[in-house]
Design a protein around this ligand. Structure first.
Ligand code: GP9
Ligand code: MN
Length: 436
């Protein structure tokens, strides 16, 4: 009931990390484009493989250029925090700074009925933003056509309304990325500015199918999933480069910030030993610590022309992205119910709670009863001091996750409306070809 909500608000009062004044409002009024990078992992950044002529070449040349740009806030220690809800968990975190559930997908289980105070609504109300999602798959996947209304998305461009799917132009989960961006540009150009738009890519999805047209790297690891991954990643990277060109052609580029994030792992832990030699690691000594480190994802906030970018080695996760972005846009998050912390804040706490119980801080990686040094990967002998420090970290991580679960399971946001926020009325939203 509403008393549960006061416990949440008390917690948030102590957890909130205030904006860094150097960056606060730096991108105020700009369009926001989220690029959801299906199954992309951080080890891809700057990685090289021999191409078909044997020349070492970058797997993700375009992402690398953004990663190293002076106009980017890039994060080398950002982790995904998704659970069984995979893509939908990542979306939930990006739009709400709330975690997915311990089991299943919050999107499909309760998403449509709950009260949310999501980014599209916040920006719509505070900055007159128009919001839209672009996804070249059927809108009902992950219950999106339902959930997005509760989030306050004005438009949802999906396969039913906006893209024509054929066997040739699509893969299992929808339109191939290059075609997806090409077809989307016409709709994006017509959105009133400023806009908050999200593009959910799909080509780089398991099982990373072979495509003779996009066969840059001929690998032979003995695992077709791994061999295929680098080619579908390379294709997705090239698609991003084309999208940025569309943005330039449409004159939208300079007035937009781009948030690029990997949603979750593409290569499962069971395959990591096979992958290890390709990324310069030793398969024989590979262990659960290494698996945890593989959960890093690319996270780049690219603000063209800003010149104030940096590569930050701060430890954080997907839960932290929304407060970071809102602060860049000059929207203080103090009154909103967001479980993450601004990654650019001086008070950001370097603690990453995974949905499977793993916890990573800049110092410790906690896996069940084992504690590793995050820096060296060595097991740490648990002196009383270490035990005490680890207990405190565990308690913080458990609290953060529990608060989020209370909010979602108890639909607690219906008991609290941030100052000046007008609750979203789901019935005011309908998308072409989606059920009312
Ligand atoms: C489906 C796509 C894939 O539309 O977003 O979702 P995932 O399987 O990665 O959760
Ligand atoms: Mn996904």
């Amino acid at each position: 009931d509403s008393s549960d909500m006061s416990a949440v608000l008390d917690y948030l009062g102590t957890h909130y990390a205030e904006p860094n004044e150097t960056y606060f409002g730096q991108a105020k009024g700009k369009n926001v484009v989220y690029l959801h990078l299906e199954s992309m992992q951080q080890f891809l950044i700057d990685m090289k493989l021999p191409d078909s002529t044997g020349v070492m070449s970058e797997v993700t040349p375009f992402l690398n250029s953004l990663y190293h740009s002076n106009d980017s806030y890039s994060f080398s220690n950002a982790f995904h925090q998704t659970g069984q809800g995979k893509t939908s968990d990542a979306e939930l975190m990006m739009d709400n700074s709330l975690f997915g559930l311990p089991q299943g997908s919050a999107f499909t289980q309760i998403g449509g009925d709950n009260t949310f105070q999501s980014a599209p609504a916040i920006l719509g109300e505070t900055g007159n933003y128009t919001s839209a999602v672009f996804h070249g798959n059927v809108g009902s996947f992950w219950n999106r056509d339902n959930v997005y209304k509760s989030f306050g998305y004005d438009y949802f461009f999906d396969a039913n309304s906006s893209y024509t799917l054929t066997d040739e132009n699509s893969v299992e989960y929808g339109l191939k990325d290059k075609l997806f961006f090409k077809d989307s540009a016409q709709y994006l150009e017509q959105l009133p500015q400023p806009f908050y738009a999200k593009f959910i890519t799909v080509s780089n999805h398991f099982p990373f199918p072979k495509d003779e047209m996009n066969n840059t790297f001929s690998l032979d690891t003995g695992d077709e999933t791994i061999d295929g991954y680098f080619n579908t990643v390379h294709y997705a990277d090239a698609a991003l480069a084309e999208f940025f060109q569309y943005m330039k052609d449409a004159g939208l580029y300079d007035n937009t910030i781009f948030v690029l994030y990997g949603d979750h792992f593409g290569i499962s832990s069971s395959r990591n030993k096979t992958l290890a030699p390709l990324i310069g690691k030793n398969a024989d000594t590979w262990n659960q610590y290494d698996d945890a480190m593989m959960q890093r994802i690319p996270l780049i906030i690219y603000d063209p022309g800003s010149g104030t970018g940096k590569i930050s080695d701060v430890y954080g996760g997907q839960i932290d992205v929304l407060p970071t972005v809102l602060h860049l846009l000059g929207v203080d998050t103090a009154s909103y119910v967001q479980l993450g912390q601004d990654l650019l804040s001086k008070n950001h706490e370097e603690l990453v709670a995974f949905r499977n119980g793993t916890i990573v801080t800049d110092k410790y990686t906690i896996l069940g009863n084992n504690v590793y040094s995050t820096e060296s990967g060595n097991l740490i002998y648990q002196t009383p001091e270490v035990t005490e420090a680890v207990a405190a970290i565990r308690s913080k991580a458990e609290t953060q996750l529990a608060m989020s679960d209370h909010i979602i399971n108890g639909d607690l946001l219906r008991f609290y409306t941030p100052d000046g926020f007008v609750p979203v009325d789901k019935s005011e939203y309908s998308y072409l070809n989606s059920p009312a």
